[in-house]
Design a protein around this ligand. Structure first.
Ligand code: ATP
Ligand code: MN
Length: 532
C-alpha cells in the first residue's frame, strides 16, 4: 500500500495543463538532495547539508507580488503598492504559458499542508521545476504521514517555475519575475525567481486572508515558544529583528519561527513545519541551536564554501541575506504538535539603528496597539548602495508585505485578544546602543536574551521603572545579568544632547507615519505614540 503513493500518484500533471512530464512525487529529502547534486544545482557542505544558489534573486521581490482582483477579492483586499491587483484573464493566460513551459520536463511534486492545528489545516500541492525547491517545501511545510497521503485532497496549489521568464508587455507583470496569488482558483503562481522564500511567503499571504476573513482567527508574522509551565510567548518583528534567533531558546520549546495563528478558542499554532534562518555571521557559540540544525536535510542558500566544504558565514559576497531552511525537528527542544495556549507575553522586536529605543520596555494596551500598527524597524547601510545613514522603516503589523487586508483589521483583532488574555506586551530593541549605527554598536545578543528571560520569568514585574520622556515607554531600572546603564539608552550615549535630538527625530518619523492611521485610531491608541 505504501507503493500506492508512489505509483498511482506518479500521475500525469495533465489536470494542471502540464503535459508529458517525468513527475517525481513526494521524494524524500535524501533523494532530492542527491538529485540536486547530480544535476550540478547544489553541493554538499562538510556538515552534510545541501548548499544551493537561488540565482538572480536572493530575496523576495515585493514589487512583483500581485493578487488577482476578482469577485472574491475586490472588496476585501487593501489594494496599493503592497497588494498590487492583477487581471484575472491575464492570470489565465500567464498560467497557460507557465504550464506549457513546465511541460516535457522533470517535475517535482509534493503534497504537504500548512497549519499545525488540524481544525485549520490547509492542504497544499507544490509543483516545482527544481528538486531543491521541492526539498525546501518538504522542510518548510508540514509533512503528512503515509496514511494521510492516501486520501489527500490538495486545496491550494503552488506552481513554481524559476526558469520561466515573463514578457511584461504581454503578460501584465512588471518585469520577468512574479508571484501571483489567485484566491478564486487557489493558486500561487511563481516564476522568474528561484528565491525559495517566495514559496513560503506566498502561502503565508494566502493564510493572512483566509484565517481572519473565514475562520475568525488572527494570523501573525511572529515566532513562538513555550516554557515548561505551558506559558506561550510570541515575538513579532520585521526581517532581521530576531524572531528566529530569539525563539530558539534551549530553555523553551520552539513552536515556530515565523508564521502563526491565534485562534478564536485561544490557541497559538504554527503554520509551518520548518525554520528559515538567516546565517549571516552565524556562530556556534552565539546561536548553537541554529548552527547545529545545519546537517543533512538542511538547505543553505547563497553562502560561500571553501575547498574543504566549510561554510564561511561571514562572506556576504553573494548577498547579506544568506539563509538555511530545515525541518523543525532539527531543533532539539520543540513543541509537538506546534500548538500552544494563549500567550502570556508578547514581544515586539525592533532593530532600531538610531539607538534611541530602550532595549526593553513595557507597553500599555494603547502603546501596544500604536506600535503594532506602526511596525517600526530600521534599515542600515550596507544593504543598498548610497545608504550611509540609517533609514526608518514602518511596516504595519510588523509584516505589511504579507498582509492582504487593511492593517486595522489585524490590529483590532490583536488588541481584543491581548486584552481578553491579559497579556504583557514588551518592546525590545535588538538594534543599536551607545549611539546610532556607525557610532554605537548592536545590542549584545546575550543581553537581549537575558532581558527576555527576565520578562518571561516575571522578574521584571518586581522592579522599578522609569518613563522615557519622549516615547512614554516604561523602562526597567534593573535586570539580572545586564549592566543597568544599558537599560536606559540615553545613559549609553556619550553625547546626551545628541541623543535627545535623535530621539526627537525618530519620534517625528513615527508621527508622520501614523498620520494615515489616525482617523481609525482611538484616543487611547493615539496616546500610545511619542510626544513631539
Ligand atoms: P526574517 O523575518 O527575515 O526571518 P528574523 O526576525 O527571523 O527575520 P533573525 O533571523 O532572527 O531575524 O535575524 C536576527 C539577526 O540579528 C541574526 O543574524 C542575529 O544573529 C543578529 N543579532 C545581533 N544582535 C542581536 C540581538 N541583540 N538580538 C537578536 N538578534 C541579534
Ligand atoms: Mn526568521
Amino acid at each position: 500500500m505504501v507503493e500506492n503513493n508512489k505509483t498511482t500518484k506518479m500521475f500525469s500533471l495533465e489536470n494542471y495543463g502540464i503535459k508529458d512530464t517525468k513527475t517525481h512525487y513526494q521524494l524524500s529529502s535524501e533523494e532530492l538532495h542527491k538529485i540536486t547534486v547530480e544535476k550540478g544545482q547544489g553541493v554538499e557542505v562538510s556538515s552534510g547539508a545541501l548548499a544551493v544558489n537561488t540565482g538572480e534573486f536572493t530575496g523576495r521581490s515585493p514589487k512583483d507580488r500581485f493578487i488577482v482582483k476578482d469577485e472574491v477579492t475586490k472588496d476585501e483586499i487593501w489594494w496599493g503598492d503592497v497588494n498590487i491587483p492583477f487581471d484575472p484573464e491575464k492570470f489565465d493566460q500567464l498560467y497557460d504559458k507557465v504550464t506549457e513551459y513546465l511541460s516535457g520536463k522533470d517535475i517535482y511534486v509534493r503534497d504537504a499542508y500548512a497549519c499545525a492545528d488540524e481544525e485549520y489545516q490547509l492542504n497544499i500541492r507544490v509543483i516545482n521545476e527544481y528538486p531543491w525547491s521541492n526539498m525546501f517545501a518538504h522542510n518548510m511545510f508540514l509533512r503528512p504521514t503515509e496514511e494521510e497521503l492516501k486520501d489527500f485532497t490538495p486545496e491550494w496549489t503552488v506552481v513554481n517555475a524559476p526558469g520561466f521568464m515573463a514578457d511584461p508587455e504581454v503578460d501584465g507583470t512588471r518585469q520577468h519575475n512574479f508571484a501571483i496569488l489567485n484566491f478564486s482558483k487557489k493558486i500561487a503562481l511563481i516564476g522568474g525567481t528561484g528565491y525559495t522564500g517566495e514559496i513560503k511567503k506566498g502561502i503565508f499571504s494566502a493564510l493572512n486572508f483566509i484565517l481572519p476573513v473565514f475562520k475568525d482567527t488572527l494570523s501573525m508574522h511572529c515566532s513562538a515558544n513555550v516554557g515548561d509551565d505551558g506559558d506561550t510567548a510570541i515575538f513579532f518583528g520585521l526581517s532581521g529583528t530576531g524572531k528566529t534567533t530569539l525563539s530558539a531558546d534551549p530553555e523553551r520549546k520552539l513552536i515556530g519561527d515565523d508564521e502563526h495563528g491565534w485562534t478564536k478558542d485561544n490557541k497559538v499554532f504554527n503554520f509551518e513545519g520548518g525554520c528559515y534562518a538567516k546565517v549571516i555571521n552565524l556562530s556556534k557559540e552565539n546561536e548553537p541551536d541554529i548552527f547545529n540544525a545545519i546537517k543533512p536535510g538542511a538547505i543553505l542558500e547563497n553562502v560561500i564554501i571553501d575547498d574543504k566544504g566549510d561554510v564561511d558565514f561571514e562572506d556576504v559576497s553573494i548577498t547579506q541575506n544568506t539563509r538555511v531552511s530545515y525541518p523543525i525537528y532539527h531543533i532539539n527542544n520543540i513543541q509537538q504538535p506546534s500548538v500552544g495556549e494563549n500567550p502570556k507575553n508578547i514581544f515586539f522586536l525592533t532593530a532600531d539603528a538610531f539607538g534611541v529605543l530602550p532595549p526593553i520596555s513595557k507597553l500599555t494596551p494603547g502603546q501596544a496597539a500604536y506600535h503594532f500598527i506602526s511596525g517600526y524597524t530600521a534599515k542600515v547601510a550596507g544593504t543598498e548602495a548610497g545608504i550611509t545613514e540609517p533609514v526608518p522603516s514602518f511596516s504595519a503589523c510588523f509584516g505589511a508585505p504579507f498582509m492582504p487586508l487593511h492593517p486595522t483589521r489585524y490590529a483590532e483583532m490583536l488588541s481584543k485578544k491581548m486584552q481578553d488574555a491579559g497579556v504583557n506586551v514588551w518592546l525590545v530593541n535588538t538594534g543599536w546602543t551607545g549611539g546610532p549605527y556607525g557610532v554605537g554598536s548592536r545590542m549584545k545578543l546575550k543581553y537581549t536574551r537575558e532581558m527576555i528571560s527576565s520578562a518571561l520569568e516575571g522578574k521584571l514585574d518586581k522592579v522599578d521603572y522609569v518613563t522615557h520622556p519622549i516615547f512614554g515607554l516604561e523602562m526597567p531600572k534593573v535586570c539580572l545579568n545586564v549592566p543597568s546603564e544599558v537599560l536606559n539608552p540615553r545613559e549609553t550615549w556619550k553625547d546626551k544632547e545628541a541623543y535627545d535630538v535623535k530621539a526627537n527625530e525618530l519620534a517625528l518619523f513615527f508621527k508622520n507615519n501614523f498620520k494615515m492611521f489616525e482617523d481609525n485610531a482611538s484616543e487611547e491608541i493615539l496616546k500610545g505614540g511619542p510626544i513631539v
